[in-house]
Write a protein that binds this ligand. Structure first.
Ligand code: ACO
Length: 186
């Protein structure tokens, strides 16, 4: 199935926020764009399953969640990378923009839920997603962009994910380790 053109899709945010540099750097077989309201059918949840346990809520509930994200203006930015030949999602990542009362009413970008289909890992898809999200964060005026790579994933996928290797990935994406995170687990 050929790739669905962006013009036919109902996107989470404007395609103009996707970096031209990232588009040009992508392998010709791949395409990057904002999440679309029909991406439930393009393997969105399947890709996320490399990150954590996924329970499929069904298409209607997935679409309701998409609409809920879009109802918050200038807050949720989910990007996907697709295979042009199959129109299937190979990679996904999210930027959440936090508005602050500090830093002159500044904004901070939080990168979340980076996932690349297991069979496609090691082909720079993760790097392109991080670059795209960082570009959006900077374009929106965020004074910093942060992420944390949760050690809890080590328990769920002890063979797939190794924290030291994941740190190496983010360092190659231009991020550095700083401070630490505390979690109150419910
Ligand atoms: N160990 C060391 N280096 C790595 C690793 C690794 N595990 N993964 C990638 N790299 C390096 C690559 O070699 C490459 O380096 P190079 O530029 O010198 O060649 C660079 O990092 C970019 O790698 P990509 O090919 O872009 O990585 P990939 O597409 O495989 O994506 C990711 C990496 C996202 C960690 C992927 O392996 C994945 O989905 N893992 C499972 C889910 C996960 O852990 N997600 C992150 C959760 S934390 C969060 O979302 C904030």
């Amino acid at each position: 199935m050929p790739l669905t053109p962006n013009t036919e899709l109902d996107l989470l945010f404007p395609d103009s926020l996707i970096s031209g540099d990232v588009k040009r750097a992508l392998h010709q077989d791949l395409h990057i764009r904002p999440l679309a309201s029909t991406d439930y059918n393009r393997g969105h949840l399947s890709v996320l399953s490399v990150l954590t346990e996924i329970s499929d809520p069904g298409e209607a509930a997935w679409k309701a969640q998409f609409d809920a994200l879009r109802a918050f203006p200038e807050t949720y930015y989910v990007v996907v990378i697709l295979d042009r030949a199959t129109d299937k999602i190979f990679g996904v990542g999210t930027l959440v923009v936090e508005r602050k009362f500090t830093r002159g009413l500044g904004k901070v970008g939080h990168i979340e839920d980076i996932a690349v289909d297991k069979a496609q890992q090691g082909k720079k898809i993760g790097l392109r997603i991080i670059n795209a999200l960082t570009y959006i964060s900077e374009t929106l005026g965020c004074y910093k962009t942060i992420l944390n790579c949760s050690e809890s994933n080590l328990i769920i996928y002890p063979r797939l994910i190794d924290l030291r290797r994941k740190l190496a990935f983010y360092e190659k994406c231009g991020f550095e380790k700083k401070e630490c995170e505390m979690v109150y687990q419910v």
